[in-house]
Design a protein around this ligand. Structure first.
Ligand code: 13P
Length: 276
């Protein structure tokens, strides 16, 4: 039973110029009717099926304009945002800048930010706290490396990253866990490698995350928190991953860049919603 519905989010990473952004939306709009099953329209209308794209900073405004004209609701998320609202932080962008564009979603703590740009559990937590406080929906990314998995440390790493990135329970954090916080489990070894976690591995990690959330914030808050799987998700493996009870959607890189495969992923989401 997909009690939290299904969210399909396409992380474009550092891909697509302004022109390509327009072309992507135009193709998705043109092909949606034939690519999506009939059940998709009611799933979108009730909010059980949700689509999101996460373009680079420069394309956010163009993506928002195009999303307003789309054939079905498409949320636009930023790939990152600073915890301060303004100031001397060269290269960053802030919540108020996004709000002016009408953007209410932000990705946070992606492993590429941690790996290449010095993001730590501490900076990820500051972003989570501030952005939730400012009213954003936050997609928080966590996941173990191949070495950590091989050493049997997956649960330990997920526990550290999750508790390090979330506000303390005692600070009234449960009030934020109303569905605005989304957690994406992205094993680093599966990102861009073609090595997907098996449905059993994904479900095991997601069940661990659900339990960690329950222990810290209570079952009500935990049950409202969508958990996405990310790492080499494709239209071919999406159905089996989305069939897992604790997998509430997918965060997709490479396969989200082609309009036809983005639509195919949404079709898988619509099927998963229809089965429950
Ligand atoms: P791929 O789907 O290309 O493996 O990327 C996953 C990812 O990092 C999404 O944020």
């Amino acid at each position: 039973m997909k009690t939290r519905g299904v969210l399909i989010a396409g992380n474009w990473k550092m891909n697509f110029t302004l022109r390509e952004t327009g072309e992507f939306f135009a193709k998705v709009k043109g092909d949606a009717a034939k690519a999506l099953p009939a059940s998709a329209s009611s799933a979108f209308a009730t909010g059980r099926l949700r689509a999101c794209v996460i373009p680079p900073m420069l394309s956010l405004g163009r993506a928002m304009e195009a999303a307003r004209e789309a054939a079905f609701p498409i949320a636009v998320a930023a790939q990152n945002a600073h915890w301060e609202k303004k100031g001397a932080f060269t290269g960053e962008l802030s919540g108020p800048m996004l709000q002016e564009l009408g953007i209410s979603w932000v990705l946070n703590g992606h492993s590429e930010r941690r790996q290449y740009f010095g993001e730590t559990d501490e900076t990820v937590r500051k972003r989570t706290e501030s952005l939730l406080e400012q009213g954003f929906r936050v997609i928080l990314c966590i996941g173990e490396t191949r070495e950590e998995r091989e050493k049997g440390r997956t649960t330990e790493v997920l526990t550290r990253q999750l508790s390090g990135a979330l506000p303390e329970a005692g600070k009234g954090a449960a009030k934020f866990l109303d569905g605005r916080l989304v957690i994406a489990y992205e094993p680093v070894w599966a990102i861009g490698t073609g090595l997907t976690a098996t449905p059993a591995q994904a479900e095991e990690a997601h069940a661990t995350l659900r339990k960690l959330l329950t222990d810290r914030f209570g079952s009500e808050a935990a049950s409202h928190t969508p958990l996405l799987y990310g790492g080499s998700v494709t239209p071919e493996n999406a159905d089996s991953l989305l069939a897992c009870p604790n997998v509430d959607g997918a965060l997709v890189g490479g396969a989200s860049l082609k309009p036809e495969s983005f639509l195919a992923l949404l079709a898988a989401g619509a099927r998963a919603c229809a089965q429950s």
